[in-house]
Design a protein around this ligand. Structure first.
Ligand SMILES: Cc1cc2nc3c(=O)[nH]c(=O)nc-3n(C[C@H](O)[C@H](O)[C@H](O)COP(=O)(O)OP(=O)(O)OC[C@H]3O[C@@H](n4cnc5c(N)ncnc54)[C@H](O)[C@@H]3O)c2cc1C
Length: 514
């Protein structure tokens, strides 16, 4: 069976053990882990895969230097553990799909000798916590070394800097690679399929069936399952309320805006960490393919399916970028913008119905509703999606299925496209193609890219490396159903350059019906 809707719909004839709601990082992680533990899995996603928060992150695979600072300042052991876990996951994420994730050098400029010592020590601790999984040791830099790495950095009053390493990844395609791996292992995975309601057992009120609609055909389904996992990120409370209207909300939404400039505003491959804005935030300036990503903000928001950037947010990000860059950008230099909504976990408001009710805001939590037995995975971050999934499955087996935890097999599980040893052979077979097309095909499809070599290799836009043959491939093997699926997530060009994305769409209207 291939990763397309007709093939996945055929799988609906078989019975399922688990239904996972949500096809972002959390749902994808749970689907793979559950399938590898031997469960028959159905995953439904209301929009496209990673359509919400999981394609709108800052694209860092990180332990969180900010969490580390808080851990040290407050001597908070929980925060230390969070950083430790994330730093170890960082490596696993990089290893399991190397074509989609790589190490990134980040520079923090320092304006006083005290700052220099403070950040040097902080990054040293970061390295220490990473231990054997450290990507590269951090180091102090002189002004001359800083200029060489970041030629556009405004050096006025700079006393030196600290260079450290985290990861950078393609978030939307990473979610797809996890889902493809789950599908290949046996799961049924569907986009544009929304959960409507649950059927409960009349006696125990436990969920026994899921009712959902295929949004492309309009057909509704009612499918019996042994358990349901709610992995809907910022939308978690909505599903919790469907399962048990007595449950109190647990999620808070915070918006994070990004702007994208062309790379000539920040040449080189080293990112900048602005460690403290006037209002105490952290902002990154990150080289991102032929562009530079500036973000992010962090403000309370109300839940939205299509959050849009505000004019003030663009001004705010430009203001900080211009304070640190010699080449100043204005609003008309902004190629694209995007906003994500963080699914933040707030204190348990009502302890009566959940198994775990500690009153602190934490990174992630698995909640099992005592009445409906709905399992909700809440909070977290992209970097730790895999441990979040493992925790979810362990809790599910213990508390709902009442069986001993089965082993988690995702740690060394190569995702679809992740066979890096195939790269030399691919480059040899693709040697006749222009360098940018070769790079694009490998960076997008990894070891799956061979399939494209026998397709129509004409460019679909003179400025871009995308080729015509990809469109059929994306429909048949990556479940793309419309231009947005391709431009915003499979290729991501819509998040980097809105003009080019519109031009592709206008030139190739016939590729998709809508
Ligand atoms: C601005 C910003 C920057 C970030 N940067 C980073 C970073 O650099 N590194 C990092 O590690 N983390 C980062 N994060 C955090 C990370 O992106 C999120 O924690 C993660 O993507 C959340 O994934 P999720 O699957 O829980 O939620 P989502 O990605 O939102 O997925 C939930 C899915 O559920 C679906 N859904 C909702 N209702 C239904 C329904 N009724 N039926 C079916 N499906 C439904 C939605 O359509 C959605 O696709 C960032 C977050 C934000 C907001």
């Amino acid at each position: 069976m291939a990763f397309n809707r007709p093939d996945q719909l055929k799988k609906l004839e078989a019975p399922f053990d688990l239904c996972i709601i949500g096809g972002g990082a959390s749902g994808a992680g749970v689907a793979l882990d559950a399938t590898l533990r031997g469960y028959r899995v159905l995953l439904i996603e209301k929009g496209d895969f990673a359509t919400q928060t999981s394609s709108k992150s800052t694209k860092l695979v990180h332990g969180g230097v900010r969490y580390l600072e808080q851990a040290v300042k407050k001597l908070d052991w929980q925060q230390f553990k969070m950083v430790y876990k994330a730093l170890h996951e960082r490596n696993i994420l990089l290893q399991n799909a190397p074509f989609l994730a790589h190490p990134l050098a980040l520079l923090t400029p320092c304006y006083t000798w005290f700052d220099r010592m403070y950040y040097r020590m902080g990054m040293w601790v970061y390295d220490l916590i990473a231990g054997r999984t450290n990507l590269e040791p951090s180091r102090g830099l002189s002004q001359r070394q800083m200029r060489a790495l970041c030629p556009s950095l405004e050096m006025h009053h700079v006393r030196g800097g600290v260079l450290y390493y985290d990861g950078q990844f393609n978030d939307a395609r990473y979610a797809l690679a996890i889902l493809q791996a789950a599908e290949a292992a046996g799961a049924c995975i569907l986009n544009y399929a929304t959960l409507n309601s649950f059927v409960h057992s009349p006696k125990s009120l436990k969920i026994k069936e899921v009712c959902w609609t295929d949004l492309l055909s309009g057909q509704t389904y009612q499918i019996p399952v042994k358990a349901v996992i709610n992995a809907t990120g910022p939308f978690t409370d909505h599903i919790r309320a469907l399962a048990n209207p007595k449950l109190k909300p647990r999620m808070k939404v915070s918006r994070g805006a990004h702007i994208v400039l062309s790379a000539d505003f920040w040449p080189g491959s080293t990112a900048l960490l602005i460690p403290k804005t006037d209002d105490g935030r952290v902002i990154f300036v990150i080289p991102w393919r032929e562009y530079v990503l500036v973000g992010t903000t962090d403000d309370p928001d109300s839940l939205s399916e299509s959050p849009e950037i505000l004019s003030d947010e663009i001004d705010y990000l430009l203001d900080y970028f211009n304070r640190y860059a010699t080449k100043k950008a204005t609003k008309k230099d902004v190629n694209a913008t995007f906003v994500g909504q963080r699914p933040l976990l707030q204190a348990a408001l009502d302890s009566a119905l959940s198994t775990d009710t500690k009153s602190l805001v934490r990174d992630h939590e698995v909640e099992i509703d005592g009445r409906s037995k709905l399992v909700s995975i809440m909070g977290g971050k992209w970097t730790t999606y895999r441990v979040m999934a493992a925790d979810t499955l362990d809790e599910l087996e213990r508390e709902v299925l009442h069986k001993a935890a089965s082993p988690c097999r995702t740690q060394d599980y190569t995702l679809v496209g992740g066979y890096e040893n195939e790269k030399p052979r691919f480059l040899a077979e693709a040697a006749h193609l222009p360098a940018d097309v070769q790079t694009h095909l490998w960076a997008t499809y990894g070891s799956q890219a061979f399939a494209l070599l026998s397709s129509d290799l004409t460019r679909i836009h003179p400025e871009l490396p995308y080729v015509a043959g990809e469109l059929d491939y994306l429909k048949v093997h990556e479940m793309a159903t419309c231009w947005d699926d391709v431009l915003m997530r499979r290729w991501g060009i819509g998040l980097r350059n809105e003009r080019l994305a519109e031009e592709i769409k206008a030139n190739k209207k016939e590729a998709f019906a809508s």
